[in-house]
Design a protein. Sequence first.
Length: 389
Amino acid sequence: MSSPVHSPSAQYIVIGAGLTGSAAAWKLAQRGYEVALLERKVPAAADASSHGSARIFRYAYPDPFYADLVVQARSAWDELELLSGQQLITPHGAVDYGALRNPRQLASVLEQVGVEHELLSATEARNRFPGIEFDTEVLWQPGAGVLDAQRSVLAMVNQAKANGAQVETEWQVASVTEQGNGYKLTSTDGRVYFGAKIIVAAGGWLPELLGNLPLPEGFLRSVPSLDIYQENAYHFPYRGQDPEAMMAWPTYIHKDPAFKSYGLPGGRDAGFRGQKVAEYMAGRRMGSASEQDGQIDPTNRERVIDYVKKYLPGLEPAPYAETTCIFSSTPTEDFIMDQVEGITIISPCSGHGAKFGPLLGTLAADLSTGTGTVPQAFRLTSHNRALSV
């Protein structure tokens, strides 16, 4: 007679092994909790928001609240780099400019939070960074750089495992139902996992998963709508291939009334040969990340090429590689982090959430265990208040 098969269980189950979910699993396991991390495919999956080697790590925000959070996040990254023995943020510095970016205001915010910076005239900036055509004053942040998202996720997953967490790949959650004093999670292929508490960090898949969670109706109604985009990004080769000149390229954010763009050294994603350039929030809008098709928008490609010709003379205006990625945002661009009845919902929104990774894991652990609080701006009541104003 065969023995009965017992489904696995854990005190805390984290759904989604991107930057936020892997950080939450690490921080919970580090505190001694029994943790399971369930991932739809593999950590830092190629069709999700936390893949690849190139994300901007910057301090400049018009709101001191977020700028100060980046300062706190940098300490959390230092801890992860020390534990993993890897450099996860490569220093390149960052420039912010454009009529809508307001470099002078950004400089005053960085002054408040104690971040090194310099305000340059357009001429001074062109002399320092001849590959970029600046059209306004420029904020320079020498402490900014490029974050390797994939290596960061894998480093946090490894830290979670080292502290006893179970990691399940190819485990796509179909539904969560109440079961006794906890929850039963069922995968799309019928497997089951039991957990006392759940943390949902599903990124662009959150909209379709929300309806399959046993959330109170009032809580569910208060979750703001998420804007999910399939963004287009292009790698343009540097005109000069001298290694020192290539390393001297900063990350940038340029906001002009006619075009909002960001760019950064592309890293190993495209062979270290060029700058990754994109138009901000210009991709195809979707209801969920499951609707992506990976197809580049040819009209957007031409717009970005025209932008490179005008503003980035240090690049060859013909992309040698291109890709799509998932971008999510709330209407206010503030993160979501709230909980009810043992279920914690987290959406840091991949538009600007990557740089906060390990810090968000700490906040998620605080909230889900009841040992600390999270910023009020992330709670659903604040989102609803902002939308009603």
